[in-house]
Design a binder for this molecule. Structure first.
Ligand code: IFM
Length: 524
């Protein structure tokens, strides 16, 4: 332990010597260049950070089932213990306060709060979230709460198929009602679903995320059940109706008293045509419609994008007039998670496949998906993914131009790196710096972005890698029974920024140590 501490101090010392060589750009900026009230935070999610999976009345969710299914993705790891935030929340909140976070984004585990998915509330679960929220507030940290982060109670999945059944709408609304009633006096920012789009695509078409449903030949793995042609659309439809029901309930019953805000979170890629051929440019628009428009258009204009109706036909459920009315306008903000841009190539042939899955309906090839699909599932090493901060700007501009410039929170943005690599995570600093810098430009250009959260506060149990990689500002030593946390250099860097330190938009230059960053915007 002592050795580890010494090692870390040495790393910091070396780092601070090296830092003397950082070249500052001409237009340095600070957080105070953002509009007043702009929030900077960090994020995690319940299953990925809490641990205590079998304690105090919590029951399994579809995340537990997935993680225990010996998935090659997680490398046999699971979130049973994770970072043990369930027991260490006070220590974590202390770290957040020292770092200077304005806000912490976390999610509530449905099966910890309501173990059977509906019915009685688990008092120990209730106590935990009350304690966490109170601890945050007493340290001046605003809680931003996600109600569903991929972790439906397994009980509801088993009982009626979870999100593919309409029955879920009522159960979700009742769960949300309990959250608003119990925590809404202190929680002002509610997000119904994390990454509703990738949850449905990866969970019901490609089958590599919970609940692992897909049908041959579409899945990345051999799913034992599912229907990739129908279920992604069905699950998404029920999610949209569930979101709208919870948001309307909040508006009617709580908003005037609690004065909070409701939003929906989506994963965003900024799609870029791989050539300037008209077909690829149109395919890029189609990719946006399928990926973001799928959820955003119902909320903004009450219906799915026309191209989805055309390509998916009767497999895409439709909204009744009443549902459309309910869904339209059921948000105060959107939240986006942005990691990288992606390249799009038109693929009209995929529309000739019968039956087709959601991905074939998009009629385009997606560079990163193609690469993954070629070996079924092989995530790219982060060193091979070029930084594309301009993609964040692109996504925010898209919301501005196509969807009425709604208030937006960037809920996740961060750099994946090997988990046990050095605490000197310079590439992560570079990543954060470039994205925050571009964000400032975009806000200055009229985007209605209201806040930025980096993923993730700690090295959590990662969705795509288990414990092999991490995005954390803090390293968690999994070999230490105490699961001690160690700040990486990025934690120090972010803290300095949060406390008013200036950063340079043109990147950190470190003599001799940097491999040059690619700025290629066109697929080779
Ligand atoms: O860990 C995930 C998170 O749960 C959802 N967004 C992407 C992150 C990194 O893969």
């Amino acid at each position: 332990m002592m050795m580890k501490k010494l090692g870390f101090l040495l790393q910091l010392l070396v780092a601070s010597l090296v830092k003397a060589e950082i070249v500052s750009g001409a237009d340095e900026f600070t957080r105070y260049d953002f509009p007043p009230g702009f929030v900077f935070g960090a994020a995690t999610s319940a299953y990925q950070v809490e641990g205590a999976a079998n304690e105090d009345g919590r029951t399994p969710s579809i995340m537990d089932t997935w993680a225990h299914s010996d998935s090659v993705i997680t490398g046999g790891a699971n979130g049973d213990i994770a970072c043990d935030q369930y027991h260490k929340y006070k220590e974590d909140v202390q770290l957040m306060a020292e770092m200077g976070l304005d806000a912490y984004r976390f999610s509530i585990s449905w099966s910890r709060l309501i173990p059977n998915g509906r019915g009685s509330v688990n008092l120990k679960g209730l106590q935990y979230y009350n304690d966490l929220i109170n601890e945050l507030i007493s340290h001046g940290i605003e809680p931003h709460v996600t109600i569903h982060h991929f972790d439906l109670p397994q009980a509801l999945e088993d009982e009626y198929g979870g999100w593919i059944s309409r029955k879920i709408v009522k159960d979700f609304m009742e769960y949300a009602d309990i959250c608003f009633r119990m925590f809404g006096d202190r929680v002002k920012y509610w997000t119904t679903f994390n990454e509703a789009n990738i949850f449905t695509m990866a969970g019901y078409d490609l089958g590599f995320l919970p609940p692992n449903r897909c049908s041959s030949p579409f899945g990345y793995f051999n799913c034992t059940r599912g229907d990739s042609s129908l279920e992604p659309y069905l699950a998404a439809h029920n999610i949209i109706l569930s979101h709208a029901s919870a948001a309307r309930l909040y508006q009617k019953k709580y908003q005037s008293i609690q004065k909070g805000y409701m939003g929906l979170n989506l994963l965003s890629f900024y799609f870029v045509p791989c050539t300037n051929r008209t077909e690829d440019v149109i395919a890029t628009q189609r990719a946006n419609d399928f990926f973001l428009g799928w959820f955003v258009e119902p909320l903004v204009r009450g219906d799915y994008p026309e191209v989805m109706k055309k390509n998916a036909g009767s497999r895409l459920p439709s909204f009744t007039a009443l549902e459309s009315q309910r869904v339209k306008g059921s948000y105060d903000f959107f939240a986006v998670n942005f990691y990288s841009a992606s390249y799009v190539k038109d693929n009209p042939e995929s529309l000739n496949i019968e039956p087709r899955d959601y991905k074939a309906d998009m009629a385009m090839d997606w560079k990163s998906m193609q690469e993954n699909a070629s070996s079924k599932y092989t995530p790219l090493p982060s060193s091979e993914i070029p930084l594309t901060p301009w993609g964040l700007q692109g996504v925010l501009e898209l919301f501005k131009q196509n969807y009425g410039n709604p208030p937006i929170f960037i809920h996740e943005n961060g750099q994946r790196m090997q988990r046990n690599a050095s605490l000197e995570d310079w590439p992560r600093i570079q990543y954060l710096q470039e994205h925050i810098s571009v964000l400032l430009d975009t806000v200055r250009n009229g985007s209605n972005a209201k806040g930025y959260f980096t993923w993730s506060f700690l090295d959590v149990f990662e969705l795509l890698d288990g414990f092999r990689t991490g995005y954390g500002l803090y390293y968690v030593d999994l070999d230490d029974p105490e699961l001690r946390r160690y700040p990486k250099l990025s934690a120090e860097w972010y803290s300095r920024f949060l406390k008013g330190g200036s950063i340079a938009p043109d990147g950190i230059e470190l003599e001799g140590n940097w491999s040059s960053l690619s700025s290629a915007k066109v697929m080779k």
